[in-house]
Design a protein around this ligand. Structure first.
Ligand SMILES: O=c1ccn([C@@H]2O[C@H](COP(=O)(O)O)[C@@H](O)[C@H]2O)c(=O)[nH]1
Length: 292
């Protein structure tokens, strides 16, 4: 299967300009299946996810299927995830697969094949990664993203309250762990920009190496979120944050933000009009982020 030709960052930049700054998470929680009148089984999972994608996909720049809610249904749930990723592409939205992978380099290579090579039916346009085996252990994902025009969102500051105990901790060089991740991503985006310039092309307006910066998080001293790539900001809605919180957190980097929300929008379903209205309201709330 052939993949995209434009780098992920350029595709996301264009998609946000056209559709706004909200990514809706496809998180088929058991409670949401029940609220939609569906059973907590593979048939319910498939109905919920595919209906949500059909309504929401044409409205937003990206959808973010959460792998865990598919994996909990076993191999048949993973098959539904593959179907959902294909559906997302058909709507014109980008697929950000939330799997938070990361392992020793040789194993990361296999995960990168699974989640970024378009030959795999589990490949997304971008994938979420955990850098806590060391950012360098993610090198195979970087290589795969460059080869397949994919994107990465690496956890820097997560939205859960426990995250700060690791992410704000100081490494031997005095930087916080989060700052080290952000600096590493900035260097990757700068490398791509330099490669483009060296070959006579203009650098893309947004790099393909992004960070997860939770909307509920706080920034450790010295951490700089201006990385030249996108900032995926989960934690909007059900976790209590809003666009003002994101703005306060990222400052001038706000045009790079892709705000992410799942339950807040999905809870409005299954009625397509109500789902559409909830999605439009999230897009309106996030619109000021684009103003810089
Ligand atoms: O720091 C992070 C990283 C990822 N997530 C994921 O985003 C969604 C949030 O769902 P809501 O219903 O909008 O709370 C979920 O899939 C998380 O695993 C995050 O919340 N925080």
């Amino acid at each position: 299967m052939s993949g995209p030709t434009q780098p992920f960052g350029a595709r996301l930049h264009a998609a946000m300009a056209a559709r706004g700054r909200v990514c809706v998470g496809i998180d088929p929680h058991p409670g949401l299946l029940a609220a939609w009148g569906l059973d907590d089984d593979v048939a319910g999972l498939e109905r919920f996810s595919r209906d949500a994608v059909a309504v929401l996909g044409p409205l937003v720049p990206a959808l973010k299927p959460q792998s865990a809610f598919f994996e909990r249904h076993g191999s048949r749930g993973v098959a539904v995830l593959a179907r959902v990723l294909a559906d997302v592409r058909e709507t014109g939205a980008l697929a950000v697969l939330d799997v938070k992978r990361g392992d020793i380099g040789s194993t990361s290579r296999a995960y990168a094949d699974a989640y970024l090579d378009p030959a795999s039916d589990l490949a997304g346009d971008a994938v979420t990664l955990s850098p806590f085996l060391g950012l360098g252990s993610l090198a195979p994902f970087v290589e795969a993203a460059r080869t397949h025009a994919g994107g990465l969102f690496v956890l820097a500051l997560t939205s859960n309250p426990e995250g700060a105990e690791v992410q704000h901790a100081r490494a031997a060089d005095g930087r916080s762990v989060a700052a080290g991740v952000l600096d590493g991503l900035r260097a990757l985006n700068a490398e791509d920009a330099a490669t483009a310039r060296a070959s006579g092309r203009s650098p893309d307006p947004l790099g393909s190496f992004g960070a997860v910066v939770g909307a509920t998080a706080s920034l450790p001293a010295g951490a700089d979120v201006a990385i030249g790539g996108p900032l995926l900001a989960p934690g909007m809605g059900a976790q209590g944050a809003d666009a003002t919180d994101v703005r306060r957190l990222v400052g001038d980097a706000s045009p790079a933000v892709l705000a992410s929300t799942s339950r807040q929008v999905l809870a409005a379903g299954p009625d397509p009009d109500a789902l559409t209205a909830a999605c439009r309201s999230a897009l309106t709330a996030a619109a000021p982020l684009g103003a810089g």
